[in-house]
Design a protein around this ligand. Structure first.
Ligand code: FE2
Length: 280
């Protein structure tokens, strides 16, 4: 049977992708941020997943105000890299796992989560920057990826509780797949940041550290945090962190924290990263 072997969270700041693609990772500004992912790159090389269920949000690349799925699952065999204004990033296409993704879609929908099924879409920095941070610059991505897109850009976003419950449903779906697959679930986005208005550049490290602690040890409290508190405490784009709750819900009641990294700033965002193992 398929099994969940780990959970990963990471910010997906677009400037990180640009720093990699333009050869700036060793600069004074970027080197400390990239150093924080060296442990994880070694770890994932030693414990490589077959498939990553990668929870992220699209930033008006594949979707737009014309269509805003709350939860969408990518069932294609391949996902091209989106052009976000400077041409597609020079990275390999993302290879999907159609059979597994269709099983997840069926299981989630019959489990009463109304997923939008996507058979063709491009993927933007929300999905590709986490791959680059974990895998560097390979000729081909070492794992297949099932993109799971969440609307966090247009009100009303799903609640933290709904995200956590979706994670639990993803756990049931993965564990009912008959093939022997090593699956990781990643939650991306965040941490605190605000891109516009008088508070542009706002970062709240206290909130971020508390979020880390509660995600690991007390997700039942964290899942009740309302949108207005994310807006107030983590900036207008901090709401992306509800996607981490999907990963956490998939890992079960107890988790073991293998690695934590926090860095400020990357562009105008706080970077946060966790590697978790499901507990017994
Ligand atoms: Fe984002």
């Amino acid at each position: 049977m398929a099994r969940i072997t780990a959970g990963v969270t990471t910010s997906h700041v677009p400037a990180i992708g640009a720093a990699i693609d333009n050869g700036h990772t060793a600069s004074d500004y970027w080197a400390p941020m990239f150093a924080g992912y060296e442990w994880s790159k070694k770890w994932i090389a030693e414990e490589p997943p077959d498939v990553v269920v990668l929870v992220y949000n699209d930033h008006a690349s594949a979707f737009s105000l014309q269509m805003i799925p709350t939860f969408a699952i990518g069932c294609a065999d391949v996902f091209a890299i989106a052009d976000e204004g400077w041409g597609p990033r020079p990275i390999p296409p993302v290879i999907g796992d159609s059979d597994f993704a269709c099983h997840l879609a069926q299981s989630l929908i019959l489990d009463e989560f109304d997923m939008t099924i996507i058979n063709e879409m491009t993927v933007d920095h929300g999905l590709t920057v986490p791959l680059s941070l974990m895998y560097g610059q390979p000729d081909a991505w070492p794992a297949r990826v099932v993109p799971l897109a969440v609307n966090v850009v247009e009100y009303p976003q799903p609640t933290g509780n709904r995200c956590f419950e979706l994670g639990k449903a993803i756990r049931r779906a993965i564990r009912s797949y008959p093939e022997d697959l090593n699956v990781q679930v990643w939650g991306t986005g965040g941490m605190s940041h605000q891109l516009q208005g008088p508070r542009a550049g706002f970062i709240n490290s206290d909130f971020d550290h508390e979020f880390f602690d509660q995600l690991v040890n007390d997700p039942d409290t964290l899942k009740k945090v309302p949108h207005i508190e994310y807006l107030r405490e983590s900036g207008s784009e901090g709401i992306e962190m509800i996607m981490w709750l999907i990963m956490r819900g998939a890992l079960g009641k107890k988790v073991k924290e293998l690695y934590r990294f926090y860095h400020v700033p990357a562009s105008n965002t706080a970077v946060g990263h966790l590697v978790l193992k499901p507990g017994k």
